[in-house]
Design a binder for this molecule. Sequence first.
Ligand SMILES: [Zn+2]
Length: 295
Amino acid sequence: MIAVAEPSIAFDACRACGRHDAVQRDCIRGHRIAQCPGCRLAWTHDARIDPATFYDAAYFEDANAPKGYNDYFAMAGAMQRTNRKRLNHIRRVAPKAKSLLDVGCGPGFFLREAVDRGFTSHGIEVSPFASDFGRRELQVNITTGAIDAGSLARVTESPDVITMWDTIEHLPDPDDALRRLAARLNPGGVICITTGDITSMAARITGSRWHLYNLPEHLWFFSPDALRCMLESAGLEVVNISSEICWYTAHYLVERLSYSAGIKTPRIPGASLLKRIPVPLTLFDIVFVTARKPA
Ligand SMILES: [Zn+2]
């Protein structure tokens, strides 16, 4: 019998640094994760979803749905603490900024906080459910759609600040999105991005059970180097890279721990109490990057 070698899997060129020698790093629930040995960007192309239908009401608030959050809206109070901290950072790095664009704004809690702090604010959100909620319940200005020419044409004021909180890892084409956003940003303006760090200690220790291997919605897993490469390719200068401490609810932390253990938990004992307890946390696996467009 002649042994037939397994065909080698050819991955695309790295979208951050351009190398062509990506290797398979993991296989998560049937999805192959490729990784660039240079900048450490990792990605999957096996998990394509239709974002306009995937991020529906069930994604945000149905504990029985096999995706998303048990109750996203219960985290509003905890998120407000994180949002205030993020706005304090923006005021430090861009003290004269007046207009803000939040990309992947979800239901718009950050936008609401930005408006209350005096920013002229606009959001872009692919989920019709979330953007409808923001317009209706929070009275914030959100365009429903992808990050494309059509959505950006509806942003009436050129932004001094663009924010992407836990969004870039969801995008089918993050490099293309960054180029479009950089072109729309005012000269001297800043862009702030948070996303998971696949080179972090937490990611390395937990391996295939890393809590941010959140498939099929997460398509990209960044390193600080990969983010820097992609931002610089878009014409931006990185001014700060750090890790972020966020506020969650105790309920959400139990939900994520269960997910990492492979358990979907429709019912968590003491849920109503746990949803009221805000908890600050970092596993030092969220990278927070600030970049500036040259004036
Ligand atoms: Zn690379």
